[in-house]
Design a protein. Structure first.
Lengths: 111, 112
């Protein structure tokens, strides 16, 4: 089976840095994905890690440790528009590349 | 960013009725997926479709669901006899060669 855990909610201040953690236990592993989802909208792709280490993409970075079953998403220079849910998802090697999602972390950015 | 369109954006139907949700990828891809998200809950995988055949399906994807690519372009999800618990956002997604999955805007299905 698949088990993906993320904090339910986080609050951070505009201009700050926030780290959203994700731990996973899955039967197979072929990559970890982070998506942003604003209320009432579709998930938007942010990043994808398949190997250990840090992937940087502008203000967003994502880290993966396969041995620990752990990932984090780092958001720098927070803006009000970053208030959204952040979804961690794992691709199961045994399947047809479909994604298994965590429940998401709702981030609120305050002035 | 690759585009996927979905129609309708919102569908209201009565319990027991059939609904067809449509997905139109802008460019040709081999892998397509349907996911759903019940309000306030996580995104759940329904079915994957590869090379015009079902590749994988979840426990949610029971006999009342079916997928087709009727004309080689549109990609449809049919729910034969809707139930109240089918009310959700339904997302179509396609996969790039690098493995990234991009979601369409979704169809909000409301079953009354």
């Amino acid at each position: 089976g698949q088990n993906i855990d993320q904090p339910t909610e986080m609050t951070a201040t505009e201009g700050a840095i926030v780290q959203i953690n994700c731990t996973y236990q899955t039967s197979g592993f072929n990559g970890l994905f982070w998506y942003q989802q604003h209320a009432g909208e579709a998930p938007t792709f942010l990043s994808y890690n398949v190997l250990d280490g840090l992937e940087e993409k502008g203000r967003f970075s994502s880290f993966l440790s396969r041995s620990k079953g752990y990932s984090y998403l780092l958001l720098k220079e927070l803006q009000m528009k970053d208030s959204a849910s952040y979804l961690c998802a794992v691709r199961d090697w045994a399947g047809a590349n479909n994604l298994f999602f965590g429940t998401g972390t709702r981030l609120t950015v305050i002035p | 960013e690759p585009e996927v369109t979905q129609t309708p954006s919102h569908q209201v139907t009565q319990m027991g009725q059939e609904v067809i949700l449509r997905c139109v990828p802008i460019s040709n891809h081999l892998y397509f997926y349907w996911y759903r998200q019940i309000l306030g809950q996580k995104v759940e995988f329904l079915v994957s479709f590869y090379n015009n055949e079902i590749s994988e399906k979840s426990e949610i994807f029971d006999d009342q669901f079916s997928v087709e690519r009727p004309d080689g372009s549109n990609f449809t999800l049919k729910i034969r006899s809707t139930k109240l618990e089918d009310s959700a956002m339904y997302f179509c997604a396609k996969q790039q060669g690098s493995g990234e999955q991009y979601f369409g805007p979704g169809t909000r299905l409301t079953v009354t």
